[in-house]
Design a binder for this molecule. Structure first.
Ligand SMILES: NC(=O)c1ccc[n+]([C@@H]2O[C@H](COP(=O)([O-])OP(=O)(O)OC[C@H]3O[C@@H](n4cnc5c(N)ncnc54)[C@H](OP(=O)(O)O)[C@@H]3O)[C@@H](O)[C@H]2O)c1
Length: 277
């Protein structure tokens, strides 16, 4: 029986992915920062709940040892843990920026470095990194978050080539916008003692919110985060490209980026995402 290790399984895509693989008969290691709070997954058979903070290398090592001890192998690693942030770069302090990179980028490097020796020994494995639409199209007010997700897209592409010959697949799944715990846990860096910064930040935020509202009023169904769990399952169990997309907005934007020249695409994004004046 195959075993999957998921980071950030306490909520959102991570939790849904744990349940999806469990339903499909996999052994699941649902890792989270606060396992003592878990009330659902710990009631299921063949789910091991382990404590794992991706920024703490010791906790990553311990969680992987516990997984191997219990199930003997790790066939898939889902690097899902992460969070967002809104604000102009001048509204973020250095610690807030570095902390986001610690989780969204170095956290993924930590788990990958620890799991690869086991996958190499097995001669197989899948690593799926959850990136974002913000990892292939940068939009206003998310520069720091976008930088972390672009970094992971690059990391994924290179690792996919490095480890291909050893039977290890590395892929990304880039979700669009979904209602999970993401908005409430995102950093909101909207303060400044400079009026011009505050005004610019408000103007850009207002416009982005209007664009989101227009999308909602276009009759799109509320996106179901289960779509992301299904895409992750497909990436682990079937042949897919290195970079994958989940959610109508992400799929449509990826297609547009593919169909247009770089210049035309950037113009289209500026037209849509920036206010006229
Ligand atoms: N929802 C969206 O619209 C969206 C769009 C594109 C990409 N994404 C990406 O999807 C991934 C999952 O997000 P989500 O939407 O499911 O949001 P979510 O419900 O807030 O889940 C995020 C998970 O990450 C965990 N986490 C945060 N920092 C961690 C750390 N240092 N170590 C271990 N776990 C940590 C959280 O754990 P705690 O419960 O302990 O806080 C939580 O379980 C993230 O990488 C996010 O960037 C989300």
């Amino acid at each position: 029986m195959k075993t999957i290790l998921i980071t950030g399984a306490s909520s959102g895509f991570g939790r849904l992915t744990a349940l999806k693989f469990h339903q499909q008969g996999w052994n699941v290691v649902a890792s989270m920062r606060s396992p003592e709070k878990e009330q659902e997954l710990n009631k299921l058979d063949k789910i091991l709940i382990v404590k794992l903070d991706v920024t703490d290398k010791c906790s990553v090592q311990t969680a992987i040892s516990q997984s191997i001890e219990k199930f003997g192998r790790i066939d898939a690693l889902i690097n899902n843990a992460g969070y967002g942030g809104y604000g102009l770069i001048e509204q973020f302090d250095d610690d807030t920026i570095r902390n986001m990179f610690e989780t969204n980028v170095f956290g993924i490097i930590n788990t990958i470095q620890e799991v690869l020796p086991f996958m190499r020994k097995q001669g197989s494995g899948s690593i799926i990194n959850i990136t974002s639409i913000a990892g292939f199209v940068a939009s206003p007010m998310v520069s720091v978050y976008s930088a972390t997700k672009y970094a992971v897209q690059g990391l994924t592409q290179s690792l996919a080539m490095d480890y291909k010959s050893l039977g290890i697949e590395v892929k990304s799944v880039a979700p669009g916008s979904f209602e999970t715990g993401f908005i409430s846990s995102a950093v909101k860096a909207f303060n400044s003692d400079d009026d011009q910064v505050i005004q610019l930040s408000q103007k850009l935020s207002n416009h982005i919110n209007e664009v989101r509202e227009q999308f909602r009023n276009m009759g799109r169904k509320t996106p179901d985060p289960q779509e992301v769990a299904e895409k992750i399952f497909e990436c682990v169990t079937a042949t897919t490209p290195i970079h994958n997309y989940a959610g109508a907005d992400s799929i449509m934007t990826a297609k547009m980026k593919n169909d247009l020249s770089e210049h035309e695409f950037q113009l289209r994004m500026i037209e849509t995402l920036l206010p006229n004046n």
